[in-house]
Design a protein around this ligand. Sequence first.
Ligand SMILES: [Zn+2]
Ligand SMILES: [Zn+2]
Length: 292
Amino acid sequence: MITLEQLKQSSDRIKKIRPTYEPILDFYDKVFLAQEQSRQDIVLSPIVIEPDLLRIKQKNNLPLIDPSEFLIDVTAAGRLFDTICDLAIKFAPKLSSSARCLKTATSSSSFDLEALFSAIRDNQDAVLQDLAKRLNVPENDLVFLGYTSIAPSIQVCSEQLTPYLTGMPELGKGYCPICGHHPDMAFLDSEGKRHLKCCFCAHEWATKRIGCAFCGNNDPELQHYFFTDEEKEYRVNLCDHCHHYIKVVDLRQMDRAFYPRLEQITTLHLDIKAREKGYIDSGALTNEDSIE
Ligand SMILES: [Zn+2]
Ligand SMILES: [Zn+2]
C-alpha cells in the first residue's frame, strides 16, 4: 500500500511526463484521496466462509464468494457519493451535469442510493438501465459514480477475505480468486513475476508469466504485444485466440510508486490503440472513457 504522499508524487510525475492527462488527474487525485479517507470510516463485519464450503471452493477452483456477497457500508458509501458528485461538478466537465442531477435526486425520496449500490454490485443491468432512464442520466455516469463510491467497501471486504486463499493453487485462468471478476490490469513485480489485478475488488494475484491472462492460451503464434520506447514501463498484451488485450505495468521500469488505478486512467491512449487494432478489454464495469 502506498502513502497519500507517494500517490501525490506519482500523480505529479505523470502530469509532467504526459501533460495531456493533467485535467483528468486534477479530478482523480481528489477522488482517490476521498476514497482513501472514506476507507478509514468503513465499519463492516467480516464475511465468514464455513470450512466445508471453503473445501468445495478449493477443490473446484472456484472464487471464494459471488460478488453479491460483498458487504457495503451504505453510510460511508453515501457520504463518498456526495463528495464525488461535488468533485465531478467542479472538476469533471463531462460528468458535471449528471453529478448535479444525481445530487438533487439523492435529496428526494424517489432515489434510493442503496438500490443503486446493490444493483452495481450485483451487476443488475436492467435495474441500472431503468434507474438511469428514470433519473435522466447516462447509465455509464451513474455506474461510474456509484461504483467509485462503493469501491472502498468492496476492497475492505476483499482484503479481509484474502487469508482464506492461503494454500489455494494458482488459478490457470483469468478470474479473480476472491470474486470471480476479470482482471483489468497486469503488472510485473521487482522479480519479473506477473500479477493480475481484479477490475472489481482490486485483489492482486500471482499468475503464470506467459500466456493470455483471460483464456490461458499459450501459443506463441497467437500471443503478441506492443509497447513504445517512450513508455518503457508499459506493454500491452494481445491475444489472437480470445481477442482480449491487457495492459501490463513493469514495476522494474517505473520511476514512481505504483498505484494501479492511477496508471489505469493515465494509459487510455494504450486502450485506444489496442481497440484500433481490433482487440477488446475485459468488459470491466468501470469504464473511464466517459470521464476523459
Ligand atoms: Zn475480485
Ligand atoms: Zn486469450
